[in-house]
Write a protein that binds this ligand. Structure first.
Ligand code: MF3
Ligand code: CO
Ligand code: CO
Length: 288
């Protein structure tokens, strides 16, 4: 295939169609060597409505978690609540059965970075910092989000600061992610904020396009260089989900279950995640 420069020309105007204003704008970036989305990654209004509705149910699920998470509850009991509520409202838990994953949600405590598998033996304790990550499918559309919870409302100042700075890493997306910036602009800003606070960014796992499937393009890295990565065009839907480690960025995956991701140094990790829509005016959050 003929390539122009080093970047694949993803954005193609269908043969015989008159280029729209959007086509002209994106192709100008593409001609400068910036990685662009495929034209079919731009959601239709109907798709956006569907993803928005999935996001509302996913938010209700996480609100249910917020109301029930407490010292003494097992992660399995929380996962059961998530499954029951989601199904009672016509949704499907995307995690269940995804590449063999056995539960409705991921619940990750302290040094577990992500993909903690809910189980009856893991009982939440005062001072735990816990990420609950839910992905809901509604009428075929997907929304993916996670929040941190501090069990008993109080933890060490060190763990509380990690939770707070990680939330700041997600929130700075609203300032940085304007239409026609790139994923690298975002990754640069998130990495900078985490590292300025003495933390590190996990590299093995990234955010992702979401909406019609669980994990789609673009790959949304939470580290990187300005201008690298894919151009963010109005109509794209994707997650941003920084995983921030208190210590070194290295992680391990559990050899027995194949899923549980832990920090290599055993220090705590935090994560917050939203599903976003890029609009003409910047990011719109579709979850909470
Ligand atoms: N929800 C996770 C994400 O943010 C993915 C979990 S996949 C599972 O992308 F199989 F572990 F559930
Ligand atoms: Co995600
Ligand atoms: Co998620």
């Amino acid at each position: 295939m003929k390539m122009f420069g080093r970047v694949k020309r993803n954005w193609v105007v269908p043969a015989g169609q008159e280029p729209t204003e959007l086509d002209k704008k994106v192709i100008a970036y593409q001609n400068k060597g910036i990685l662009c989305p495929r034209r079919d990654m731009i959601r239709t209004p109907e798709q956006i409505e569907g993803i928005r509705r999935a996001g509302l149910l996913n938010t209700a699920v996480l609100d249910l978690v917020a109301a029930n998470i407490k010292e003494g509850i097992s992660t399995l009991a929380l996962d059961d609540l998530i499954g029951e509520y989601t199904r009672a409202h016509g949704g499907v838990c995307a995690c269940l059965g995804y590449e063999g994953y056995p539960k409705n949600s991921c619940i990750s405590i302290d040094d577990v970075v992500c993909h903690g598998i809910p189980n009856a033996n893991t009982i939440l304790k005062k001072g735990d910092i816990v990420n609950v990550d839910c992905t809901t499918i509604l009428d075929g559309y997907y929304a993916d989000a996670s929040r941190m919870f501090v069990i008993g409302g109080e933890t060490t100042p060190e763990k509380q600061r990690l939770v707070d700075v990680t939330k700041e890493c997600l929130d700075l997306s609203f300032e940085v992610c304007k239409p026609y910036t790139t994923v690298g602009d975002l990754g640069y800003a998130i990495q900078k904020h985490a590292e300025e606070n003495g933390y590190s960014i996990v590299r093995e796992l990234c955010g992702h396009g979401v909406g019609l499937k669980f994990h789609e393009l673009p790959e949304v890295c939470h580290y990187g260089r300005r201008g690298d990565g894919m151009l963010l065009v109005p109509g794209m839907t994707f997650t941003i989900e920084p995983m921030v480690n208190m210590g070194k960025r290295n992680v391990t995956f559990d050899r027995m279950d194949g899923w549980t991701c832990r920090t290599a140094d055993g220090l705590p990790s935090a994560q917050w995640e939203h599903t976003f829509l890029m609009t003409e005016n910047g990011l719109e959050v579709l979850t909470y």
